[in-house]
Every structure is written in C-alpha cells, then in structure tokens.
Write a protein that binds this ligand. Structure first.
Ligand SMILES: [Fe+2]
Length: 379
C-alpha cells in the first residue's frame, strides 16, 4: 500500500539536511559542471509529482543550485511539456495517479525526441521491488524517501553532467550531418542525392532483413558516405572533362578522408565501412583496398548499388538522366563485367520496378539531430 507521510517527511528531511558534508557524497566533488563554467542557460528540471508538498520540498532542497525548475502534477501534462519545452532532467514520483510513474517513464524513453532525458524516480514506499520496477521502466536513477538534500543534489548534478556529455556528442554528430549536406549542396547536379540514397538504402536493407541498427547505419551512410569530398580541391571535384591520373588519386582519397572525419564519433562506428568501401567492386578492381566479393562490407555494397542507380537516373553536367529501364540495363552490364554484387543488383531492381521503395518517415534520426542542434543554439 502506498502511504505518503509528507508532513513528517518534510520535518525529517529539513532536520537532517545539513548533517553530512556535501563533498562526502559520491559524485558531489567532481569539479565544476559544464554549465557552471559557461554562459550557457542553467539546466532545466521538471518535477512530476501530484503532491504539492513533495514538489515544494524538492524545490527547497535545490534552492541553492542554479537550476530552472518547472512542475507538473500529472503525467499527460508533463509529456506535453517535454515536447514543447527544454527539459534536461525529470524528477518523477513512482506513484502518480492515473498513468503511473513507470508507465510515464516507459513512454518518455520510447519516444525518440525525449529518450535521452534522464529520469530520477523516487518513492516513499520502501522495498527493493519498487526500485526494480522503476529501473526496468527506464528510470536512470532511483531514490527512496526520506531524501537527503545533499544526496539529491549530488545525484542530480551527476545525471546532468552525463546529459551535457550526451548533448555535446549529439551536437557533434549534427554538425557532421550539416557538413555532409553542405558538401552535397556545393554540387548543383546532385540535388537531393543523399536523401534519396538514404531512403533507397533502407528499402534495400529492409528487403534483406537487416536489423534496425544496420538500417540506421545505412541511413546515416546515405548522408555521410561522401563527406570526405570536403577535403578535395574544387579544381578536381568540379573539373569539366576527364581527370588526370594524379587527380584521380586525389579524388579517390575522399573515401579515406571521410572515414577519418567520422572515426572519432563512436556512434558512427557502423557507418565507417560504408564510407571507406562504397567504391569497392565485386571483382576487386575498386578502391581504396581492392577487396572483392563478400569481403566488401555488406552495407557498403548496398549503398553502392543504390548510389549507382541514383547517379544513372539523375541528370549530371556531362549526361542526361536515364530511364529506369536504361539504368537497369547499364547495371546488368556492370554485373556481367564482374563489378557489382549480382544478387543485390537483381533484388534492388525488383524493388524499384515494384515501386516498393518507401518514403522515410518524417521524423528521421538526422532531422532529430538537426533539431537538437537548433535547440542547443537557442539556449
Ligand atoms: Fe564516393
């Protein structure tokens, strides 16, 4: 049974709030947090608890900190706030009326737009099973009342530090995607090439039964595969007429340059083979490594097939757009020459012919990344 003894709780906590030096609390003495050193806006905390005394108590405990604090007494309203306002951390009561704390937490963590927001769940009901329920619903931390103010502050500070780290990684990824788009926009002929590549790759990946993680890597690879072209001089990249052998060496280096640019981001680890190997050929005559057959990473082979189809079916400075049938004929010739994976080409042409290529849903990981970047800039 849920018994809230808030009046005693307030007194108990206020009596005890200064009985432990804050530097003795784990996580309290780990140097200044990012927002304390910069002109960035203070972290925004949302308290979701139906009990006003509890909300006031938490506010009182955080009085000495620079946080911006908002309150909600019910879950539906809180879920709306998460989508409309900037929230860096949620303090959540386990026993919310209506939609309970665990269900609220599950919904927050299931939504791509809110899943990176840390949740500190708390309850006044003793028992490890509550903690298990809270953590399995996705809560990042769990505290049982009575709360110690120093413990609460230390936990919040530690969680916000991790959140700031995640935000900065997310921002770095957003910048890479923006850079990739800038590379694409320099070439007036490629248009929405990356968007189409990402969509086609995912369609082919789905037909192959790839996992969600692999599909995400394909989608990202669609945008990032040519990011290394940022390091290719315009005189080579936009040269009208055939390249010299030396210029080809420079042009081919975009695969390795791209891999180098994206390598520091661990979240892009699965995308690196697409970037490095999207110009390899089935018979080993491609670049940069000359790998052949199934030694060429599958995701890179998928990307290559759709890249070639898109290049053939769109107009360039040196050629008009081919029809689907003409493009299919060229790709089949390339299979016969030994350049392409025969099964992948055949499957992809079937997919396109059946017009089974689907549009990517409106909310894509890249759009979310760019949205996060905009949020960062608005802070
Ligand atoms: Fe390329």
């Amino acid at each position: 049974m849920h018994v809230k003894t808030d009046s005693t709780l307030v007194g108990e906590v206020l009596d005890r709030r200064n009985d432990m030096p804050e530097e003795l609390i784990v996580g309290a003495d780990i140097g200044p947090a990012e927002w304390e050193d910069s002109a960035a806006a203070p972290p925004a905390i949302l308290i979701v608890d139906d009990n006003e005394i509890n909300r006031r108590l938490i506010r009182a405990m955080l009085k000495t900190t620079p946080y911006s604090i908002a309150e909600c007494h019910q879950a539906p309203e809180a879920l709306e706030m998460l989508l409309s306002d900037r929230v860096d951390l949620v303090i959540l009561d386990l026993m919310l009326p209506g939609m309970g704390g665990p269900e609220f937490c599950r919904r927050l963590k299931a939504d791509r737009r809110t899943r990176l927001i840390p949740v500190l769940m708390m309850t006044s009901v003793q028992g490890f099973e509550n903690e298990v329920t809270g953590i399995t619903s996705g809560a990042d931390e769990f505290l049982t009342k009575p709360l110690h103010p120093a413990v609460l502050r230390a936990r919040i500070r530690s969680m916000l530090r991790n959140k700031a780290l995640i935000d900065s990684l997310d921002e770095a990824e957003s910048i890479l995607f923006a850079l990739a788009q800038a590379v694409e926009q320099r070439d007036q002929y490629t248009g929405q090439h990356c968007q189409r590549l990402a969509s086609y790759s995912v369609a082919l990946g789905e037909a192959l039964g790839l996992t969600g993680t692999e599909l995400r890597a394909l989608y990202r690879g669609g945008y990032l595969h040519d990011i290394g072209k940022i390091g290719i001089p315009d005189a080579v990249l936009f040269k009208k007429g055939p390249l010299t052998e030396d210029e080809w060496v420079i042009m081919r280096s975009h695969t390795l340059k791209g891999e180098e640019i994206c390598r520091p981001m661990k979240s892009l680890a699965l995308v690196l083979p697409n970037i490095r190997s999207h110009h390899e050929r089935w018979d080993g005559t491609g670049y940069p490594d000359g790998t052949k057959g199934e030694d060429v990473p599958l995701l890179a082979r998928v990307l290559q097939v759709v890249d070639i189809y898109d290049a053939l079916t769109t107009a360039r400075s040196y050629k008009p757009a081919l029809s689907h049938d003409e493009a299919a004929a060229v790709m089949i010739q390339e299979v016969e020459r030994g350049w392409r994976d025969p099964e992948l080409v055949s499957l992809f042409l079937d997919i396109v012919a059946d017009t089974r290529v689907k549009e990517i849903p409106a909310i894509t990981s890249m759009q979310v990344s760019l949205e996060n970047m905009r949020r960062q800039l608005m802070r």
